[in-house]
Design a protein around this ligand. Sequence first.
Ligand code: BGC
Length: 800
Amino acid sequence: MSVVPEWTLAFSGYDPADERRREALCTTGNGYVATRGAWAGAVAGDHHYPGTYLAGYYNRLTDTVDELGIENESLVNVPDWLPLTVAIGDGEWWTPDNCEVLEYDLELNARRGVLTRRFHLRDRAGRELRGVERRFVSMADPHLAGQTLTVTVVNWSGRLRIGSAVHGNVTNSGVERYRKLADHHLTDFSPTVADDSLLVTATTSQSRHRVSIGTRAVASHNGSLLDDWITRTDRTSASAEIPVEVTAGDVVSVEKVAAIHGSRDPGISEPQLATELALDTAPCFCDLLERHVLAWSQLWRRFEVELEETYDGTLPALRLNIFHLLQSVSPHSIDADAGVPARGLHGEAYRGHVFWDELFVFPVLTIRMPELTRALLCYRHRRLPAARLAARQIGLPGAMYPWQSGSDGREESQRVHLNPMSGRWTEDASFRQRHVGLAVAYTMWQYVETTGDLEFLVDRGAEVIVEVARFFAHLAQYDAARDRYVIKGVVGPDEFHTSYPGRRDPGIDNNAYTNVMAVWLFGTAARTLDRLPAWRRTELTESLGLRQEERNHWDELTRRMYVPFHDGVISQFEGYEQLTELDWPRYRSTYGDIRRLDRILEAEGHDVAAYQVSKQADVLMLLYLLPRRDLHDLMARLGYPLSAEIIRKTVEYYLGRTCHGSSLSAIVHAWGLATLDADRALTFLEQALHSDAGDAQHTGTTAEGIHLAAMAGSADLVQRCFTGLTTTNDVLGFRPRWPAKLGTLRMVLRYRGHRLVAEVSSTAVTVTVDPEPGPAIEVRCYGHARSLRPGDTHTWAAHD
Ligand code: BGC
């Protein structure tokens, strides 16, 4: 594998063992639909997993595990529109598995959003074909995709068959661990064929979403059109083939356009009609491609990040990561009422659920495409009733957002989890990560801070922020012995500690991250109410029944919340320091890759909860989310003054005890280290940048879906962490700790209605505001503020 400068991800040679990871990395998508980069016509199996997913299309299935009834909601794998294959005579369709592979190259062009596969195959009879397949999922027309296949006959004569199909016989079987669970989501198939088009309409079994996928193909032989498609349907699929007599040197090609609609789409009558119309009216492949490339080039103009000198492949990796971000959520997601899928729009891992990962994703979007963040936040606001219900079900007021969210905002976390190392099902208590609600409120506040979109706060954000604050205020109980408030029985970001060893009650107590962020939220909820116009404050106070005593109580909590410490460091939770220290060198030398110490220890008959071992950054999340001064102020108000020494020791302490079992960990550690140890911060940046594409040993889980938060988070490290970019108090600020190794950064931002270009190096920052009319903006660099008007450019030198 190589990330070839500047825009291309390339794989050379066929490696069946790596094929599924490549499929994930070579996904083409547009935020509405995404299709894995599988061989066109591959059947799901050990080496291939074709999959197509639509944002927000979930379905629920039930199973029984150990006599326990469980229900899972999954993002549905819909009919496969890719099959476009060749065969000789009456033989089977060619694949790299049933032929000798003479050449096989995959190339994903992230600038154009086009995947190209070149192959040279030989069958058992020595007959060879060369081929090139190209495909894209249109960024211009979200319901369309295009594909071409050109094959050249190398050394034989005879009958070649070209085949195209829409396969409805698909399941959600992409994740090994879930294989024992139900996976057939589609029913009521209606495959149809007409002239040159194939169409399959199917319905999800429980959620009753209807999805219609069709293709239209044009084939030619040495430039002359072929039009004798032989079509057929079976229960779930529609297919077509054309036989053609060829001799060596002949070229046969097919151009295919696919159309996809579903019943959740706005602006349609019903999906099949919409798909038929789209197929009838879609432009030809070339025009479609041109529009698609234009749409990507416009997106890239907004998301452009340039590094003048590339450092160890940083720039191409950055681009690939931003590319995946925009395939997973894009302007086409705006009407989808879907959240940010943690594993991209093509990954079945975590069943396509939405976690807190948007926390790492929004900073990249908001400063470039605020309307997209807004739409994704609306996904959360629409599910406020579900969050309120969840809180009521555990006897609390306010709103409790689910750790894993899908269609309607109820809790979708699994209750049992299979450890593939031991084959045992274990209880999964990760749903106790109540902190997800803090992330929802935080992202809403951040969005408003960055954009100044007070309307959002008025119409939606304030309601969520207040309701989540209310929930946490009641979750906190008064501990008379300490004369402080405590939060018991939760799980922090580190999912390894879902209980205390030997304690029956689930959860851990006083997770520092949860407690401190709850305090942040109490302050923010009060600020939110103050920021609302009086009429809206009155409305909200009336409809939420908010009393002054409640607000007083929030204030009390900002002074009396308990935060655990030990030996001069912030404790991850109460009692963390009493857990057993792990023999890290022994585990490293025995297992090599120890990212999943939970599974390793369980397979050995131990419980990870008994050890001072963290899956990912937990306390250090505070340094990631809160500006240092805010954190100091907040802790000082609580009566826990923080010193630089406490911060340094805390970072070191958890660095030594974290196995980075989550790809989010590298982002947060880079952030925590940026001011303390730039070189180590860069190492974490590299890890985050390459965590999916760089996993040549494929020890990770990329095959089941890329890690969207790590991808977006790596871009955020470059744009915010190292530049010190902030957007608080109506000021655009920079305080660079820019590593000279990274050269000069040039990025385009949108801030308060202006488009501007920021250039950051280790010696200076230059900001240029586009000449479009509009009010001046306040920009502060290295502590020096300046008001910039449209058309202005200003440079701040590092040592001014
Ligand atoms: C991490 C979570 C994350 C989830 C989805 C888990 O492995 O521990 O923090 O939200 O993956 O990305």
